[in-house]
Design a protein around this ligand. Structure first.
Ligand code: NAD
Length: 505
């Protein structure tokens, strides 16, 4: 992956800008204003590529969350937002897209510094989509038709899609800006008001994006609010009876806690995008072996393995097994780990220390289980004096599919490879997991393609190219990978409630 010279200039210019901005602690944004904090401790955020303090923010307490909910409720009821013409709302969303695009280099810099991902990944992958999603949902504001229902003569019955109200949006640290924008854009397009909360590990890009949107004076006060902090502020949002919906992306474990919090408060609506342990199956009749190897490697190890839908379990049919493993090893051994702006680097630092420790724990577990370590299996010390959280791309072969290495979400660059003989056997192994986010397979047999696509219990199935995403296609998992779908028309359903209206004629 390379970036053009013109973009490199932007990147160089944006670093001092970002560093200057990081000098002041980030603050919550409530009712159109950044909150003044007194006597509140600053929570530090660390650059995972060198272990140094990057910046900080003030965590939001109960008073902030209460104020944010009250502001969002007022804005939701206010005619300025509620009665706004759909085309006007679309216009505002497009202006947000423009603001993100105009500041893409600075936002990508903050994203990369905070998360540890490479600048080129943030700039080329995360930022364009973070802007485009506002254009996409701007286009939907006046195209989401309701129904005219064919009831008995003498009545008119029709439905209305109405905004839900105050939506709490809670996002993780792997795509901090992008996943927030995936939620904010459709929620606003449908006329809701929102309170967004990033992960404490990666709050900076979202704070800056909200600041830029505020400076451009695009939205009425209270429509977009930001609260900061970790589980505590997240819980406050989830148990608040003034919040009508929580849209959450994060781990399955936290998702289960949120279900309980929603249940004991006001039975608020929930959208849950959770963890995964996705399977990638290579049948002997793979149409293009080289492409399958390249793509399987990239899907697994890009973004340092911190992607919910990455194919962390690889099943290869016996005849190709050793050849496939050898080809992956060749690629993995050559990967260069490095800091955000290192031009040679192909893999960035893992996002944070607890997460790094978790990955290393699973690697130790794989070693002690005696699985064949094909590549990696250790920390990478490249260019960081031992302070960077770099993990070599790690491949274990001959892994027992029932072992924790193949069953539990590691969320890092650790691949478990297992051989198989028959289609029936591999489908059973692929489905033998609590998760159901994604699955992929490679075959030249059109009957098998449709048969296996139907058999795999996953929300997204990729045939002959692992990892295809588009705003026009539903995103989300089954089983313990989540409730509901995002993207396309599904995000519009997710941020509206349906009303049936009867009129006696
Ligand atoms: P996490 O569950 O620890 O945290 C996610 C968010 O929830 C953070 O903002 C966190 O502060 C907040 N939070 C934590 N505890 C909370 C609680 N009790 N109540 C309310 N909020 C709480 O997840 P993470 O470690 O930040 O992210 C990694 C996880 O996210 C992985 O499991 C990954 O698979 C998942 N993920 C899923 C998708 C998807 O679309 N399915 C996408 C990206 C990441």
């Amino acid at each position: 992956m390379t970036i053009a010279t013109q973009d490199k200039v932007l990147a160089t210019a944006s670093l001092p800008l970002a560093e200057q901005w990081l000098k002041e602690p980030g603050r919550a944004f409530i009712n159109g204003k950044f909150v003044d904090h007194h006597n509140t401790a600053v929570i530090d955020t660390i650059n995972p590529a060198n272990g140094k303090r990057l910046g900080g923010f003030f965590a939001s307490g109960k008073e902030d969350v209460d104020n944010a909910v009250a502001a969002a409720r007022r804005a939701f009821r206010d005619a300025a937002w509620k009665k706004m013409a759909r085309r006007e709302r679309a216009f505002l969303l497009r202006r947000i897209a423009d603001v993100i695009r105009a500041n893409a280099a600075e936002l990508a810099t903050l994203e990369a510094l905070d998360n540890g991902k490479l600048y080129k990944e943030a700039f080329l992958d995360d930022l364009p989509e973070s802007a485009d999603v506002f254009d996409y949902y701007a286009g939907w504001t006046d195209k989401f038709y309701a129904e005219n229902c064919p009831v008995d003569e003498g009545f008119l019955n029709y439905t209305r899609h109405e905004p839900i109200g105050v939506c709490g949006l809670i996002v993780p640290w792997n795509f901090p800006l992008l996943l927030a924008m995936w939620k904010i854009a459709p929620a606003l397009a449908m006329g809701n008001t929102v309170i967004v909360k990033p992960s404490p590990f990666t709050s900076m890009s979202l704070i800056r994006a909200v600041e830029l949107i505020a400076e451009a004076d695009i939205l009425p006060a209270g429509v977009l609010n930001l609260v900061l902090g970790g589980a505590d502020s997240g819980k406050l949002l989830c148990e608040h009876s003034g919040v009508d919906k929580i849209s959450f992306t994060g781990s399955t474990q936290t998702g289960k806690q949120i279900v309980q919090l929603a249940g004991v408060s006001n039975l608020k609506l929930l959208g849950l995008e959770l963890g995964g342990k996705s399977a990638n199956i290579v049948f002997e009749d793979v149409p293009d072996l080289q492409f399958a190897i390249d793509r399987s490697f990239q899907a697994m190890f890009s973004h340092k393995g911190e992607k919910c839908s990455e194919p962390t379990r690889l099943f290869v049919q016996q005849k190709l097994y050793e050849q496939f493993i050898e080809a992956l090893k060749e690629r993995a051994d050559k990967i260069v780990c490095g800091a955000q702006f290192d031009e040679q680097a192909q893999q960035g630092a893992q996002c944070n220390q607890p997460h790094f420790d978790k990955i290393m724990h699973y690697i130790a577990m794989g070693k002690s289980a005696g699985f064949r370590l094909v590549s990696g299996g250790e920390r990478d010390m490249n260019g960081s004096n031992g302070q960077g959280l770099f993990v070599r791309p790690t491949i274990f072969a001959d892994v027992d599919n029932r072992h924790a290495l193949a069953q539990e979400e590691i969320f890092g660059p650790v691949l478990a490879v297992t051989p198989f003989e028959t289609e029936e056997q591999v489908v059973a192994m692929a489905n033998d997991t609590i998760y159901g986010l994604a699955a992929g397979f490679w075959t030249n047999d059109v009957s098998r393609a449709h048969r296996v696509a139907a058999e795999l219990d996953a929300g997204m199935v990729f045939v002959n190219k692992y990892g295809c995403y588009d705003f026009a296609s539903p995103f989300g998992g089954s089983k313990q990978s989540g409730w509901g779908k995002e993207m396309a028309v599904h995000s519009l359903h997710a941020y509206t409630k349906l009303k049936s209206v009867w009129v006696k004629l």
